[in-house]
Design a protein around this ligand. Structure first.
Ligand code: NAP
Length: 367
C-alpha cells in the first residue's frame, strides 16, 4: 500500500479491481469457502442499490499499526451511495470495491507495532472503505475503545465524530457562547455535531425537513429549529438570526451558498461538507465581503492519515468531551446482505440519524 493510498489520495480514482481472488457469493455455496474467508458486499458496477452484491474475499492480514476487526455493525453514509452510483472507490488496496467508512466490532489480531489494543478488545473505528464485510482492517490510531454492549451505536459514531470535530473545533474554532447553525440538523453528522457543540458551550440552531425532524433535533440539544420546507423559511430564519450566526455548518449541499453569508455574523465562519448535485454555484462576492465571512470546505476521507490520527488523539484527550455521553440515533438497521435496502432508505431522504448494517448474525445473501 502506498502512502498516497493510505492518505486517501486514491479517492475518486476509477480503477477497475482485479477481483480474481474473490468469488461471487451464493448462500448455498458457503459450505466450502475454499480458503476465501470473508463475506463482503461490493459495488459490482456503477448503478442503483441493486449493484451491491455479495462476494467472498480473502481474509485481510493486518500490517504494521493495523488491526483485523470482526465487524458487528457497519455505518452507512451518504458517501457510500455516491461511491456506488459512480463506482468510484476510496481505497484501491482493497480486494474489491467494498464500501463502508465506519465499523464497530472485536479486535481479532494486531499487526506489528500495535500497543494500545489486543485481541478481544471491543472497538469502533474510522476506516478507509471495506466496512461492508465480516472482517476488515482498521488503523489502530483511528480506532477507539468502545463498550461491547454498545457496538450497535459504536458503528454510528466515527465518521460523524471525526467530521464534526475537525470542522467545528479545528477549522471553525467554535468557542463557548458562540452560535452555530447546522443545515441538516438530523443527519448522522448533524446530530453528533449538535451534541459536540453543546458540550463545548455553544448554542445550536438547526434546519430540518419536517416537524418530526425538528423535534428530534431539539431533543439532541438544538435551541432553535426551522423547517426548510416552510414557505417563509429563509426570510424567517434571516430575521431570527439578528446579528448573525458565528459558525454555519452546511451539510445540505450548496443550495444556501449565497444565503449563508447573510445569515452569518461579521467574521462568521461557514463550512461546506457536501456538494450534493455537484453543480457549480454562482458566487456573490459582495455578500461575502460585506460580512467579512470566512468560507471553507473539507472532505474528511482525503485528510492525510497522520492528520486523522491527530484528530483522534485530540478528541479522545479533550477534557470537556465525554464520548460516552454522546447519544447516537439509529434510524434503521439491515442485515449485511440487505445493504441495497439500506441504500434505498438513505436515498429516500426519509431517514434521520444513522442507518446501520448488522454483520453479527450469519449472513444470508440472496442473488
Ligand atoms: N465532507 C466530509 O468530510 C463529510 C463527512 C461526512 C458527511 N458529509 C456529508 O454531510 C452530509 C450528511 O451526511 P449523512 O451521511 O449524515 O447524510 P444524510 O443523512 O443524507 O444527510 C443529508 C442532510 O441534508 C439535509 N438537507 C437536504 N436538503 C436540505 C435543504 N434544502 N436544507 C437543509 N437541509 C437539507 C437533510 O435534511 P432532512 O433529512 O431534514 O431533509 C439531511 O439532514 C452528506 O451530504 C454527506 O455527504 C461530508
Amino acid at each position: 500500500m502506498s502512502a498516497d493510498d493510505r492518505n486517501g489520495d486514491s479517492a475518486d480514482r476509477n480503477t477497475s479491481f482485479d477481483t480474481a481472488e474473490c468469488l461471487p457469493y451464493l448462500f448455498s455455496q458457503t459450505s466450502d469457502r475454499s480458503g476465501l474467508a470473508v463475506q463482503t458486499i461490493h459495488i459490482s458496477r456503477a448503478g442503483g442499490p441493486e449493484v451491491l452484491q455479495g462476494i467472498i474475499c480473502p481474509q485481510p492480514q493486518p500490517g504494521p499499526g493495523e488491526l483485523l476487526l470482526r465487524v458487528s455493525y457497519a455505518g452507512v453514509n451518504r458517501h457510500d451511495c455516491n461511491q456506488r452510483a459512480s463506482a468510484r472507490h476510496p481505497n484501491i488496496t482493497l480486494p474489491a470495491n467494498i464500501p463502508g467508512l465506519e465499523v464497530a466490532g472485536e479486535v481479532m489480531a494486531c499487526g506489528p507495532g500495535v500497543e494500545n489494543f489486543r485481541p478481544g478488545d471491543s472497538v469502533c473505528a474510522l476506516i478507509d472503505g471495506g466496512g461492508y464485510a465480516e472482517m476488515c482492517l482498521a488503523d489502530a490510531a483511528l480506532t477507539l475503545p468502545w463498550p461491547t454492549d454498545e457496538l450497535r451505536t459504536g458503528a454510528a459514531l466515527p465518521e460523524g465524530l471525526f467530521t464534526a470535530w475537525y470542522n467545528l473545533i479545528e477549522l471553525a474554532r467554535l468557542r463557548p457562547g458562540e452560535r452555530l447553525l447546522i443545515h441538516g440538523g438530523t443527519s448522522g453528522v448533524g446530530l453528533i455535531a449538535t451534541q459536540l457543540a453543546v458540550m463545548g458551550g455553544a448554542e445550536v440552531w438547526s434546519t430540518c425537513g419536517n416537524e418530526e425532524k425538528r423535534a428530534l433535533s431539539a431533543s439532541f440539544g438544538a435551541a432553535r429549529t426551522f423547517n426548510y420546507r416552510a414557505p417563509d423559511f429563509l426570510p424567517a430564519l434571516q430575521e431570527a438570526v439578528g446579528n448573525g450566526m458565528d459558525v454555519i455548518l452546511d451539510l445540505s449541499g450548496l443550495c444556501y451558498f449565497n444565503s449563508n453569508p447573510k445569515l452569518a455574523a461579521d467574521g462568521g465562519r461557514i463550512i461546506y461538507l457536501s456538494s450534493s448535485s455537484g453543480e457549480p454555484v454562482p458566487l456573490n462576492g459582495a455578500a461575502l465581503m460585506t460580512r467579512q465571512v470566512w468560507i471553507t470546505a473539507s472532505r474528511l476521507r482525503q485528510l492525510p492519515r497522520e492528520h486523522k490520527a491527530r484528530l483522534a488523539a485530540a478528541l479522545t484527550g479533550a477534557h470537556w468531551l465525554d464520548l460516552s455521553a454522546i447519544r447516537l440515533h439509529i434510524d434503521s438497521e439491515y442485515p449485511l446482505a440487505e445493504a441495497a435496502r439500506a441504500h434505498e432508505r438513505m436515498e429516500s431522504g426519509g431517514h434521520a440519524g444513522k442507518i446501520l448494517l448488522a454483520v453479527s448474525e450469519p449472513v444470508q445473501f440472496h442473488q
